[in-house]
Design a protein around this ligand. Sequence first.
Ligand code: UDP
Length: 245
Amino acid sequence: MTPTLDRPTGPYRRVLVKITGESFCKPGGFGIDADELTSIAGELAGATRAGAQLAVVVGGGNLIRGAELARAGAIRQATADQMGMLGTVINALALRERLAALGTPTEVMSAAPVRGVVDPFDRTRGLALLDRGTVLVLAGGTGHPFFTTDTTAALRAAELECQVLLKATKVDGVYSADPRKDPKATRFDRLTFADALAKGLKVMDATAFALCQERGVPILVFEFSKPGNIRRAAAGEPIGTLVHP
Ligand code: UDP
């Protein structure tokens, strides 16, 4: 499948949504908050009703960030990152539970599988599940330390032939400067990868960005906290900033 180079006129066929771990807890909080969890599940279920196949990469920053833990001393980063990856498994299990409660068929696969708890990532099986309309929740990051779940999202979007990577963030797109600090900052509606690089704009971490650019996977940066936004993004509505080849 060729990735869409522009905004589609209807819903995307298949999207990858990156959900940061922070959205599982209250702002500035820790762990899993039942209301926040129910809200994310509701938003994702709404997006499936828009008609798009949904792969979801979950982060784990609400539980453990490997680099931070390593900086505190005592635990080397390779181990701290493994702990971080297991955190994403915990979030994925919680999300599956709520999606199932909403009647949305969901499967979890992990690059860091836990026998009897979560199956390993399998691309062929994943593609078949997506084609059947099952929401595919991807945990365990890349399975390797020193990477992020943003990079995982880029990797899985390319592998699973998603037409777009939906990057849910705190702000409603990519700005010319930090909108919280600079009142003159303006939001871009669209940007090419080359423009984003030339202007030094941070869209995702460098590895994730490079992978999307190389594989031609457009990134839609949009505001997570606005109800209905994942559905709007999956439906191809003109929200946020589209970074495209
Ligand atoms: N992680 C990792 N390899 C990966 C993805 C994640 O080691 O491929 C670890 C890393 O310690 C990271 C943690 O898992 O800090 C949680 O992921 P991330 O920080 O990307 O979560 P988010 O910021 O999206 O909540």
